[in-house]
Design a protein around this ligand. Structure first.
Ligand SMILES: [Zn+2]
Length: 446
């Protein structure tokens, strides 16, 4: 196992393009990608009109690989046997309830002994060690096997079918990134029909120019990147937009669809599990689970994910820390299976504007992304009053962020507040209400 996809070739390019990653060695996963796509599509075809019982039975047919990996994982061998359990006890969906859950903290602690060590397998030799984004706490080490590294390109082909989008041969994919690192690179995508990936940073010079010259067929971003894009005069016209990582409000999704003229797939994913669900194109707020790749439970209101897609890293009942309800669903869009609703992992928060209009608080997220913070919470306490709690890396100090109140006031003015009052506090920790910290809150009824 290498610590970053061993054979990457990194070459410095000219302005705006810092790195070139050569992922040609991943071409060997093309057949596997085709099989995984076919598995998802087959499940989708056969789910039409199926009842909950039939769906559960068909999902259980995909337990084999997980059972085998649980036998082979040093961590699970130990934990299951000490609890008097065997992977053989996992035959049906309902059997999951007897098995232990896995928290983020435990995964972070046992990341070396959860994966299966199989030195003969290509998946193992190509595996990479990545760090989670840390958006929900301190980053942890995560092992991704060889196929995990290309799985997203299988999902792109799947979502293109869901959204009824024709992908051209060798599609151009742009990852529009609003993160402060400013990292840019380009790479071939051997498992996506030989397409090309361009990572373009809004923080580098002239991103619009590079975006226009790439002329993407597929655009990946997040609400923060889309917010930047919608503020530009000229926007690209990709065939499909994919958004993840933060709450994407229906208004921004609609505006993106209208301006860019393409469907927006808003998907739910985590570094630990990979893609889990996507938001129905016809029913905002309803996320259809990617059966049979994952099974999702709601345990005391918390989403818990079991990965059934074959992987060297078995994930059994992984606690996401996001709140939501899961139910069997027959959606008008044709989806039959599990749907997550009341999803509040990336919870919507609407501030009430000076004239009583609603303002998506996540539009302010960009202000905080480029700062080295351990956390923050912005609360609207009255119509024109806000309280910002900042958790600096030094804990309890301003950590060099004294100028943030002026930046915040300027941003609030752009959103319509004429004379907003901002109080900044530097607590030692943020009290968390619910399973995850919520960066935007309103304690004011408007
Ligand atoms: Zn639907």
């Amino acid at each position: 196992m290498s610590s970053g996809g061993g054979q990457d070739v990194i070459t410095t390019l000219g302005p705006g393009a810092d790195f070139r990653h050569d992922y040609d060695y991943l071409a060997g996963y093309k057949d596997r990608s085709d099989r995984e796509l076919e598995r998802l599509l087959r499940f989708r075809r056969h789910s039409e009109g199926a009842t909950r019982g039939a769906i559960e039975e068909r999902v259980a047919e995909h337990f084999d690989s997980l059972r085998r990996r649980l036998f082979e994982s040093p961590y699970y061998r130990r934990v299951l046997s000490s609890g008097g359990l065997s992977p053989r006890d996992l035959g049906r969906v309902s059997d999951l309830a007897a098995f232990p859950t896995l928290s983020r903290a435990i995964l972070g602690e046992h990341w070396r002994e959860i994966p299966v060590v199989d030195e003969e397998s290509r998946d193992y030799c190509d595996a990479a060690l990545v760090r989670s984004s840390g958006s929900t706490g301190a980053p942890i080490q995560i092992v991704r096997d060889g196929y995990d590294l290309v799985h997203m390109w299988t999902m792109v082909r799947y979502w293109a079918i869901v959204a009824e989008v024709d992908l051209p041969p060798a599609p151009v994919v742009v990852l529009l990134c609003d993160l402060p690192s400013g990292l840019e690179y380009q790479s071939r995508l051997p498992t996506l029909d030989g397409g090309m990936l361009y990572r373009i940073s809004t923080r580098q010079r002239c991103p619009q120019k590079r975006l226009a010259s790439a002329d993407p067929d597929i655009l990946f971003s997040d609400p923060s990147g889309l917010h930047w894009l919608l503020g530009q005069g000229d926007v690209p016209t990709p065939r499909m937009v994919l958004s993840s990582a933060q709450y994407l409000g229906p208004a921004m999704r609609d505006e993106t669809t209208r301006r860019l003229g393409s469907p927006v797939i808003n998907y739910y994913s985590s570094s630990e599990t990979g893609p889990i669900a996507w938001e129905c194109l016809g029913r905002p707020g309803h996320f259809h689970v990617l059966l049979p790749d994952v099974w999702v439970e709601s345990l005391m209101g918390e989403l818990v994910v079991t990965r059934l897609r074959p992987s060297l890293v078995p994930l059994l009942r992984y606690r996401m820390g996001d709140a939501g309800q899961v139910a069997f669903d027959e959606c008008d869009c044709g989806y039959r299976g599990l749907t997550i609703s009341g999803f509040s992992g990336r919870r919507a928060c609407e501030f009430v504007g000076p004239d009583g209009d609603r303002v998506d608080a996540w539009k302010l997220a960009r202000l905080f992304k480029h700062r080295a913070l351990d956390g923050f919470r912005l609360t609207q306490v009255d119509r024109c009053e806000f309280c910002l709690e900042l958790l600096s890396a030094d804990g309890g100090t301003d950590g060099g962020h004294r100028d943030i109140d002026q930046e915040l006031i300027a941003a609030l003015k752009r959103l319509g507040w004429r004379d907003p009052k901002v109080t900044v506090e530097y607590p030692r920790e943020l009290t968390v209400r619910g399973p995850k910290p919520q960066p935007f809150c309103r304690q004011f009824d408007g």
